[in-house]
Write a protein that binds this ligand. Structure first.
Ligand code: ADP
Length: 321
């Protein structure tokens, strides 16, 4: 069996911006390696300025690489840019939609840009409007759309050429939570349909929703990689509330995972006579929690033993009477 070659393969990929004025030469991408298989959903996660968009531009064959090697769909972006671009869908942060035109007209113009026949565009536009849940807006001018609708239209537009890979640069940045969830739902559907996605984000929750695998980039280098679950397990801090009641540790040291701790109960707890402290604890692992749990367990065992002892004595006395 011949295994399919990666859809995108980067080896020691670098991007260096030349010195400008008093600014020295700058390594925006500093030797990264990754490979992406067909049908995968791959993420680049990192803070602003990490080099994510620069990497995307090199994959999209709109910015030349400075070093290393990059193959996209088995082709060289330096010499086969137009062939690569024809088979990609690209969603950039600036949507460049034509505000004067209607939603459907924007799809048509984009289809014409790829040289598709009108009948094909008409059929695909109807399907994509359905996918983007914009059927009712088809005849409306783009300037009347909300931010979330614009983003969905941009994604629909990027699919008009039925691309092999869809590149999304921070697809939900600036959207409200509801619009983000609708967009995640649409992108998740694409993923289910087997579309290969590459996306950049600085939200771990977004990566967790959409990516099978991701690289974490900072200062142009890969600092971690794996599935979202692996990365969360490896790096996420565990947060909980530790509540101590006086006399010190006598009754309980109680833990609440932060997510279920209702802030409103704080004044009630603080008003209790034996209240000692509430502390927000962040732990990279469960080490301290494990040890602290021994305290209430030890008290339970101790109280339990005394209670058993008293009960047994009473029973023995009663029997002897
Ligand atoms: P990200 O997408 O992770 O926020 P970018 O890839 O946009 O980061 O940028 C990485 C770094 O490269 C940033 O420090 C940015 O200022 C710099 N950079 C991006 N484009 C250029 C350019 N055309 N010329 C010089 N520096 C640039």
């Amino acid at each position: 069996m011949v295994s399919e070659q990666p859809l995108v393969e980067a080896r020691n990929l670098t991007k260096t911006y030349p010195p400008r004025g008093s600014t020295a030469e700058f390594h925006a991408v500093d030797g990264i390696d990754f490979a992406l298989e067909r049908g995968e959903s791959f993420g680049l996660l990192g803070p602003n300025g990490a080099g994510k968009s620069t990497t995307m531009r090199m994959i999209a064959a709109t910015s030349p690489i400075s070093g290393g090697s990059l193959r996209v769909l088995g082709m060289d972006p330096m010499t086969q840019g137009p062939q690569i671009r024809a088979r990609l869908g690209v969603v950039t942060q600036d949507d460049h939609l034509d505000n004067e035109l209607t939603v459907r007209e924007n799809l048509h113009i984009y289809g014409r840009y790829f040289g598709l026949p009108r009948a094909v565009i008409r059929e695909r536009a109807t399907r994509l409007l359905d996918f983007a849940q914009l059927q009712e807006k088809a005849g409306d001018q783009v300037e009347t759309l909300s931010g979330g609708m614009r983003r969905r239209l941009t994604i629909a537009r990027s699919l008009i050429n039925e691309p092999d890979i869809l590149l999304l640069d921070e697809p939900t940045t600036g959207l409200d939570p509801q619009a983000r969830h609708i967009l995640w739902d649409r992108l998740f559907q694409l993923k289910q349909e087997g579309v290969t996605l590459i996306l950049t984000t600085h939200y771990m929750d977004e990566a967790e929703q959409l990516c099978d695998r991701l690289i974490v980039v900072d200062h142009g280098r890969i600092v971690a990689q794996g599935s979202p679950r692996e990365l969360i397990d490896r790096y996420a801090t565990f947060q909980y509330i530790q509540l101590v009641m006086l006399p010190m540790y006598l009754f309980a040291t109680t833990f609440y995972p932060l997510s279920v701790y209702p802030e409103a109960v704080r004044p009630v707890i603080q008003a209790l006579p034996l209240y000692h402290s509430i502390e927000l604890v962040r732990e990279p692992a469960l080490g301290r929690l494990g040890w602290d749990l021994l305290i209430p367990v030890a008290y339970l065992v101790a109280f339990g033993s005394v209670a058993m002892y008293v009960a047994t004595r009473r029973m023995t006395r009663a029997m002897l009477r």
